[in-house]
Design a protein. Structure first.
Length: 247
């Protein structure tokens, strides 16, 4: 994927990794549109960074279709879509409320991005140079027991991305998976001061560097996610799983 001269839609780009990447792409010379649920937050981003904002509820199929119609009408040169939206909440299977968390997580993290891809992919194939980027997690490869459905949705998105790449082989659309490690964001309400997490600016800088230096890469893997990504191959899966589980 080229890192400049694109028109990029970032679904779920109003905070955390999504917003940080939006700013990086904007500064690199791309037209960036972020989409999210909160109009006031979109307006703040536009005022602060000059990045266009559009409303989106990733759990609502009609909202995704409305976003498609709006963005493609305004930006017929749209050539990249990044599916960022996601929630991460702890679950205990024996707690009655956990099933609701699991269902909302699947709707947001899995069905939402899949619907987004189905909606935008045919349009992108008509562009001479296009890309779809999905965002999974190191937890797609070694799950965190405290967030079983989140980890499962990220594993499912990895699998979906692999199949999507094969189905779009021979088209103009490059399919890229970004798999972050634990990054200092507000995901799961932990705040931005977790010393065990990778600083957000360091993560996005490394991602942009990898996209620039490896434009044909199928996966974007910063160094700090590789112990998770390759745990199975390295024979360290059980050790890493137990460490994540806190035992």
């Amino acid at each position: 994927m080229k890192t400049t001269g694109n028109t990029i839609l970032i679904a779920g780009g109003t905070s955390g990794i999504g917003l940080a990447l939006a700013r990086r792409f904007h500064e690199a010379g791309n037209k960036v549109i972020v989409a999210g649920r909160r109009r006031h937050r979109l307006d703040e981003i536009t005022a602060a960074h000059g990045i266009e904002g559009e409303l989106l509820d990733i759990t609502d199929e009609a909202s995704i279709r409305g976003l498609f119609e709006t963005v493609t009408a305004k930006h017929p040169d749209l050539n990249a879509v990044i599916a960022m939206a996601g929630i991460m909440e702890p679950e205990q299977v024996l707690d009655p409320g956990s099933l609701d968390i699991a269902e909302r997580t699947i709707e947001t993290n899995l069905l939402g991005p899949i619907r987004l891809v189905h909606t935008f992919a045919p349009f992108l194939t008509r562009q001479p140079d296009a890309a779809i980027l999905t965002v999974t997690s190191g937890l797609a490869y070694v799950p965190l027991a405290a967030t079983p459905t989140y980890s499962a949705t990220k594993a499912a998105m990895h699998s979906f991305t692999e199949s999507l790449r094969e189905q779009l082989r021979g088209t103009s659309v490059q399919v890229i998976e970004i798999a972050p490690p634990l990054v200092r964001t507000s995901l799961m309400g932990e705040g931005t001061d977790n010393d065990n997490a990778m600083p957000l600016d360091e993560f996005t800088a490394e991602v942009m560097g990898l996209l620039e230096s490896e434009p044909d890469a199928a996966q974007v893997l910063v160094e700090r996610v590789k112990p998770l990504r390759y745990a199975e191959a390295d024979g360290t899966y059980e050790k890493v799983f137990a460490m994540l589980a806190g035992r």
